[in-house]
Design a protein around this ligand. Structure first.
Ligand SMILES: O=C(O)c1ccc[n+]([C@@H]2O[C@H](COP(=O)([O-])O)[C@@H](O)[C@H]2O)c1
Ligand SMILES: Cc1cc2nc[nH]c2cc1C
Length: 360
């Protein structure tokens, strides 16, 4: 496996930009648009589904899309900040939710069953133990530290989290997967994601933060203040994305960044999920400005800051359902649209088949 980073390089501000991203094929994109325009439907009639096909063709360098083998990589970790009462529980209990995903009984599993998607679950930093052998143990630490009082993690552990996500994605690609979907479980991670987004996009906390795993109005006001206090205490520097991850991030967010890098290096499309994917993409873009060419935004998360982030990333979400589950659930739902456009490409007649010609 490629070692992304030496120990010395952890001191650098942008240590991950030595990898070459796979080139996007403009020729395959143009060919895909021709192919779509020649089908027996109004030109551009399938709207954003056609843009999706163009993007997939550019990434995969072919109009013969490869989408049969798909996997959702779900990174699970805890956040010390939950002790400040910003989440559904003030205990780091993500192990309970993660084990449910690993055992196959969570929201993402129900959706993955219907959308033919493998689910693989990783403990990247859960605080507690779990009662299942179905989770891959890659625990870096037992949760992040409370970022109100100290950095969430060391720079070395931030690197480790990115490297772990990168290695898992490389393995998934070596196993033959043609689409990588992102998912996570991590109580407290909408606070971490809000802190990252607010820092990297220089946005006021109030424009970004939302209720996450559904907290009361009173708790929501408190959460906003906690995130403001974190940013004042940690002073994350947007020109140092690794520092931002280590000061106010999470292990699952780092692993998500690493998976994005590996997919973009290999020419394998990466399907993002919700607000935590969005925050990870902002960090990944700081390392690789062109990485968004390889990312598909499955949906617009219900979290307030999501639209601002997708605008910043210049990504258009396929769906807007107000979903805020996490786990990769939105990414898996969007597979249905990828299957739809593939069916169109494979099963439709062309205009020539009908001897139909446009007059203008
Ligand atoms: O994906 C999203 O946009 C999303 C929005 C709100 C909540 N979540 C999930 O809920 C958890 C984070 O919420 P919270 O309130 O603990 O920060 C975490 O496990 C996420 O998977 C996920
Ligand atoms: C019940 C529950 C399920 C989840 N799945 C992902 N994050 C979650 C957060 C909560 C609170």
């Amino acid at each position: 496996m490629t070692k992304l980073l030496t120990k010395k390089a952890t001191k650098m501000q942008k240590p991950f930009d030595q990898i070459q991203l796979h080139a996007i094929s403009k020729a395959a994109q143009a060919e895909m648009q021709d192919k779509l325009d020649n089908l027996s439907k109004p030109i551009k009639g399938l709207g954003q589904l056609e843009r999706l096909a163009d993007k997939l063709a550019g990434i995969q360098e072919t109009t013969d899309l490869k989408i049969d083998q798909r996997i959702c990589l779900i990174y699970c970790a805890d956040h010390g900040i939950v002790s400040e009462a910003v989440s559904a529980t003030s205990e780091p209990l993500s192990n309970v939710l993660s084990a449910n995903v690993a055992e196959g009984h969570a929201c993402v599993n129900a959706l993955a069953m219907r959308n033919r998607c493998e689910v693989k679950v990783f403990d990247i930093g859960l605080a507690g133990n779990y009662q299942t052998t179905k989770m891959v143990d890659e625990k870096i630490q037992r949760g992040t530290k409370n970022m109100l009082t100290s950095d969430a993690m060391s720079r070395q552990d931030a690197v480790k989290s990115i490297q772990t996500g990168y290695d898992n994605a490389k393995q998934a690609i070596a196993d033959g997967n043609q689409l990588l979907l992102l998912g996570e479980v991590g109580l407290g991670n909408t606070s971490a994601s809000s802190a990252i987004v607010s820092t990297m996009l220089a946005l006021p906390v109030d424009d970004v933060v939302d209720k996450g795993s559904d907290i009361s109005v009173k708790q929501f006001e408190h959460k906003k203040q906690v995130i403001k206090d974190i940013l004042a205490a940690r002073q994350p520097d947007k020109t140092d994305p690794l520092g931002v991850l280590s000061k106010v991030g999470g292990f699952e967010i780092g692993a998500t960044v690493g998976t994005m890098i590996a997919g973009a290096e290999a020419g394998v499309p990466v399907i993002m999920d919700g607000f935590i994917s969005d925050a990870a993409a902002v960090l990944a873009k700081a390392f690789y400005p062109d990485i968004t060419d390889h990312l598909i935004a499955s949906h617009l998360s219900g979290e307030k800051g999501a639209q601002r982030v997708l605008d910043y990333l210049d990504l258009k979400p396929l769906l807007q359902l107000g979903m805020a589950v996490g786990e990769g659930s939105g990414a898996v739902v969007a597979l249905a649209l990828i299957d739809d456009i593939q069916s169109v490409l494979v099963n439709m007649n062309t205009l020539q088949d009908l001897n139909f010609e446009y007059e203008n």
